[in-house]
Design a protein around this ligand. Sequence first.
Ligand code: GAR
Length: 188
Amino acid sequence: MENIAIFASGNGTNCENIIRHFENNDKVRVTVVVSNNADAFALVRARRLGVATVVVTKSQLADESEFVPLLSEYAVDYIVLAGFLLMVPPYLVKRYDRRIINIHPSLLPKYGGKGMYGRNVHEAVRAANDTETGITVHYVSNVCDGGDIIFQAKTPVALTATPEEIEDSVHLLEKKYFPDVIEKTILG
Ligand code: GAR
């Protein structure tokens, strides 16, 4: 069995989709959801689905001697970032080399890096009048949004689309592809 920890900071639609996707899987399961935000709705979604949750501060995450035992408690093999807004500390990137997977709501390298998350990304796509956008699933490295790309999918952007509408179409892509891409990445 391969155990996933999902790290999430916000609403948690991806978190919920991933938990549901692996619910009846006998090779992969989600053992814990970790958040830096005690009010994250992702935590409510996880609890409703019977998955353990943990809230950590930025400094607890940064402390290897404190955080690694926590991951061991849940026998974590892979970490999936699903709307997680903190940088993963270098010790974790090293320990989980090519076993930390992130989703980013744009076609990286476009609209990546510090400050580029959630709605900000879709506003930037709108402001640039891009005719397409999409999602990028990638391994996490020490460069923000800079790790090797695993998968991308595109969606057209109408000239009249608002940032909210762009966000909705990106969420649809995330729902359609992200859990499957995680499964294929883990199981090969
Ligand atoms: C998702 O669109 C995800 O791609 C994005 O945050 C959203 C979280 O939504 N991630 C980033 O912007 C990371 N830089 P969710 O909480 O409903 O899954």
